[in-house]
Write a protein that binds this ligand. Structure first.
Ligand code: 5GP
Length: 176
C-alpha cells in the first residue's frame, strides 16, 4: 500500500473542545435519565470513548458493528451488520454515536434498525458530516464538524484499516 500524504484538518485540541460541548448538550438533552450509548464500530470507537466521558449521566455501553466501505474510499451503499447490541432497547433512551455521515445511507439504515426496537427516545450524533449528507433525507441531532467532500483518516477513521490511531483528523492529499 502506498503511504498516505496526510495534512491535519482538525487538531486534537479542536476535537477535545468540541467533544466537551457535545457531551454537555447531550447531558442536558437526557437530563437526569439513564441512557444506552451505542458505538458504531469500528470508526467511532475513539470519539465514543471521549464523548461518553463528557456525559454526566448513567451510561450503558453497547457496540454495533457495521461495515459499508469494504476497504474502498466510496460508499458501496451496502451495509453489513457485523455485531449486534447485547440487550433489548425497548423503552430506553438511546444515543447512536457515528464517526462520519457521508451519503447518509449507513445512518438511515441504523436508525430504521434501532427504531424497530422501540426505544423511548433515539438521538444521533456524528463527529463529522460531509456535504452530501446535508442533501440526503437523513436527520442528525448533533454533529461535531462539517467537512468538505474529502477522504479523511484518524481519530478512529481508517484507510485500509490503518491510521485509526492518529489523535487528530487528517485529509489524505494523494487520494482526493
Ligand atoms: P455513508 O453511508 O454515510 O455514505 O458512509 C458512512 C460510513 O462511510 C462511515 O461510517 C465511514 O465508515 C465511511 N466513511 C465515509 N466517509 C469517510 C471518510 O472520509 N473517511 C473514512 N475513513 N471513512 C469514511
Amino acid at each position: 500500500m502506498v503511504p498516505l500524504k496526510l495534512s491535519t484538518m482538525i487538531s486534537e485540541q479542536q476535537i477535545k473542545e468540541r467533544v466537551k460541548t457535545l457531551g454537555k448538550q447531550i447531558t442536558e438533552e437526557f437530563k437526569g435519565e439513564d441512557i444506552v450509548a451505542i458505538c458504531t464500530l469500528k470508526g467511532s470507537y475513539m470519539f465514543y470513548s471521549d464523548l461518553i466521558r463528557e456525559i454526566d449521566l448513567n451510561v450503558v455501553c453497547e457496540f454495533f458493528g457495521v461495515s459499508s466501505y469494504h476497504g474502498k474510499t466510496e460508499s458501496s451503499g451496502e451495509v453489513k451488520v457485523t455485531l449486534d447490541v447485547t440487550h433489548p432497547l425497548e423503552g430506553k433512551n438511546v444515543l447512536l454515536v457515528e464517526d462520519i455521515v457521508d451519503s447518509g445511507l449507513t445512518m438511515a439504515y441504523l436508525k430504521t434498525c434501532l427504531l424497530a426496537r422501540k426505544p423511548k427516545k433515539l438521538k444521533t450524533v456524528s463527529l463529522l458530516v460531509k456535504p452530501a449528507a446535508m442533501k440526503s433525507d437523513v436527520s442528525l441531532d448533533y454533529h461535531g464538524f462539517t467537512i468538505d467532500n474529502e477522504f479523511v483518516v484518524g481519530y478512529g477513521l481508517d484507510y485500509q484499516e490503518l491510521y485509526r490511531n492518529l489523535p487528530y483528523i487528517a485529509k489524505a492529499d494523494n487520494l482526493n
